[in-house]
Design a protein around this ligand. Structure first.
Ligand SMILES: Cc1ncc(COP(=O)(O)O)c(C=O)c1O
Length: 405
């Protein structure tokens, strides 16, 4: 009675180890959660002010594309990033998640293919499975700093069923911020093979060392084939607001997405008002948030580099660091950290990166760290992980040796 679609839906690599963390906590172990992108930074006060100010007698549906004052506010926000889109080119969605679903749903039929730079935001696989779309991964490697693959790597994967290229920039999970030249690769391929570009820019603000992340919108020649997926979740530490945007200058894309939006009626009214508050929050807030993430990035990178044989590059953006550890199977190692290891009653949880790849048996030794805790905790958590790696590998060696005996 259950569809193959549901049966084939991949479990979230981030959440599937949670029962082991819960068990550890039951045993009184403190778990440092560096596994999930839930920031600890406070949401701007304007959110709460606007929510409090919002008085109504009826909690109503709104327009399917979102309330106009919010779309106007978003339009102003995008102008600051040289993304010139009118309120009619912006649709408010239930998180960036829904914008991704809309984008894939309007571009692909069941059985169609999309090129995705891997490792990728793991839920792309879930959305693709839900829509019966096939992800064709274009692989990057830790040794190469997870940089953009060469043009030929994309080209050799293109078939008559390929409809779009999907990627996040700044990247979850690698923290890479693509250069203009790297984005040019995608632009050229999209034009040559008539593909849609779905650019997930939910970490736009988080580019470090005074660099600016470049929006795909900067390439005017692809405006007719571009969909930007966006979200306030990370930017304003407002994951629970469930507000994102679907942005495009292509009227046909917009109108097609609007039909999906009408079917789900509307985003929540009250959180749309709260989001106007967020978009009115101070530049100071964003500056402080960026400074804090950069500090954490530095701490996380310094600590991880101390572990012998680790392959890691300094992330340039988002709030993630992906690295290759000197362990054969990172998922097994993470489970082991949660079940068998602690230092003074504390242990660390990170995400196994294999679940962020679509290519089977890839990224087995890799992990993703989300630096969503303060610097002290990050430092402690990675130190604990370093000790754990040593013990885990020593134990495996002993088991291996006793087998040989
Ligand atoms: C790259 C990327 N895109 C989209 C999302 C979805 O975010 P939300 O649905 O909370 O807006 C996330 C969340 O982690 C993400 O990392």
């Amino acid at each position: 009675m259950i569809s193959n679609r549901a049966l084939n839906m991949p479990a979230s690599p981030i959440r599937r180890l949670v029962p082991f963390a819960d068990e550890a906590k039951k045993r009184g172990i403190q778990v440092y959660h560096l596994n999930i992108g839930q920031p600890d930074i406070e949401t701007p006060k304007e959110w709460f002010e606007y929510i409090e100010k919002f008085k109504t007698k009826v909690v109503a549906y709104t327009h399917s594309q979102g309330i106009l004052p919010l779309r106007e506010k978003f339009s102003e926000y995008y102008k600051k990033w040289d993304i010139n889109v009118s309120p009619d080119e912006i649709m408010v969605t239930n998180g960036g998640s829904e914008a991704i679903m809309f984008a894939l749903g309007i571009v692909c039929d069941p059985g169609d293919e999309i090129l995705v730079i891997e490792p990728f935001y793991a839920n792309y696989a879930g959305f693709a499975a839900y829509l019966n779309i096939k992800i064709i991964p274009v692989t990057t490697t830790p040794e190469n700093g997870y940089r953009m693959p060469e043009k030929k790597e994309f080209e050799k994967r293109i078939s008559s069923k390929t409809k779009a290229i999907l990627f996040s920039n700044p990247s979850n999970p690698t923290g890479v911020v693509y250069t203009k030249e790297e984005l040019q690769t995608i632009v050229e391929i999209a034009k040559k093979y008539n593909l849609v570009i779905i650019s997930d820019e939910v970490y736009r603000e988080f580019a470090f060392d005074n660099k600016k992340s470049i929006s795909a919108f900067e390439f005017e020649e692809i405006h007719d084939r571009l969909i930007i997926v966006d979200s306030i979740s990370k930017r304003y530490s407002a994951c629970g607001a469930r507000i994102g945007t679907f942005v495009t200058k292509n009227k046909k894309f917009y109108n097609a997405a609007l039909k999906f939006a009408q079917a789900r009626l509307s985003p929540a009214e009250i959180t749309q008002y709260g989001t106007i508050g967020l978009l009115n929050s101070s530049e100071e807030y964003m500056k402080n948030t960026l400074t804090e993430y950069q500090k954490r990035r530095d701490v996380a990178y310094e600590e991880i580099k101390k572990i012998p044989s680790v392959v890691a590059y300094k992330p340039e953006g988002a709030f993630y660091l992906s690295a290759k550890l000197p362990v054969d199977n990172a998922e097994e190692f993470i489970k082991w950290m949660l079940t068998n290891f602690n230092v003074d009653g504390k242990t660390t949880m990170v995400a196994p990166l294999s679940g962020f790849y679509a290519t089977p048996n890839t990224g087995l030794s890799e992990i993703r760290i989300a630096y969503v805790l303060n610097s002290e905790k990050i430092k402690d958590a990675i130190k604990i992980m370093a000790l754990a790696i040593e013990k885990f590998n020593n134990q495996k060696k002993l088991v291996g040796e006793s087998k040989v005996d």
